[in-house]
Design a protein around this ligand. Structure first.
Ligand SMILES: Nc1ncnc2c1ncn2[C@@H]1O[C@H](COP(=O)(O)OP(=O)(O)O)[C@@H](O)[C@H]1O
Ligand SMILES: Nc1ncnc2c1ncn2[C@H]1C[C@H](O)[C@@H](COP(=O)(O)O)O1
Length: 204
């Protein structure tokens, strides 16, 4: 089975992925951050590196999906390929940070790859307000993310909300992070587990 955790930068995907993997014994697939060859440069000059970063993520996320498909274990994936293609890439294009020919080239590659993949059986979407995202990003303290602007997070959040409101590729569970402090509150984490158990029940 394939479970995925989606949400904006700093929503708590990695933290929840870790906690759920410990709770259920699921295998984890994290996104490539520390060894990503473009991320640092991207935050330094988004216009120069937008296309390179998007192609890199497309490749790495597609590779992960192939591994998940071949595995017999239940895998929990930190972020989906859909978030790259329907949120980050079009946002960079609309901000004028990716040219139309690059975006169209990227998107036709995504369309081709999409015909080979299946959506996660369950997508857990972490919804968070921009102030909460800023708080979490600051708490995490990655130096290169200090350049992330409020406006960038706000635009991504708007795209996330539009995307999730029409998402119909599989089951979805929405967790409001402003209302649920699963990170340090066992009772709140228990609420998420109960919701997931109810969704998983329908999958077996
Ligand atoms: N629900 C939460 N409450 C408080 N802090 C959180 C919560 N979820 C994550 N954090 C903290 O916020 C930071 C970013 O979380 P992370 O899981 O790396 O987010 P993401 O993977 O979505 O970018 C980390 O320092 C983490 O410890
Ligand atoms: N597709 C992407 N485009 C631009 N930036 C991206 C993309 N996917 C991930 N990122 C960035 C955002 C963060 O700085 C790091 C890690 O993501 P996180 O949400 O913190 O797990 O990569």
């Amino acid at each position: 089975m394939h479970i995925a955790v989606g949400g904006n930068i700093g929503a708590g995907k990695t933290t929840l992925t870790e906690l759920l993997s410990k709770h259920y014994g699921w295998q984890t697939h994290y996104e490539d951050v520390d060894t990503n060859p473009y991320l640092l440069d991207f935050y330094d000059d988004m216009q120069r590196w937008a296309f390179n970063l998007q192609v890199y993520y497309l490749n790495s996320r597609f590779t992960q999906i192939q591994e998940i498909k071949e595995s017999e274990k239940t895998i929990i994936q930190d972020r989906t390929i859909y978030e790259d293609a329907f949120i980050f890439a079009p946002n960079l294009h609309s901000m004028g940070l990716m040219t139309t020919r690059d975006f169209e080239n990227y998107f036709s590659l995504f369309n081709l790859l999409e015909s080979f993949i299946s959506a996660p059986d369950l997508l857990i979407y972490l919804r968070a307000s921009v102030p909460k995202l800023v708080q979490n990003i600051q708490k995490r303290g990655r130096e290169y993310e200090e350049s992330i602007r409020i406006d960038y997070l706000k635009r991504l959040n708007e795209r996330y909300e539009a995307w999730i409101s029409t998402y119909d590729k599989g089951k979805v569970l929405i967790v409001d992070i402003d209302e649920n402090s699963f990170h340090d509150n066992p009772e709140d984490f228990g609420k998420i587990i109960n919701m997931i158990d109810a969704e998983l029940h329908g999958l077996f």
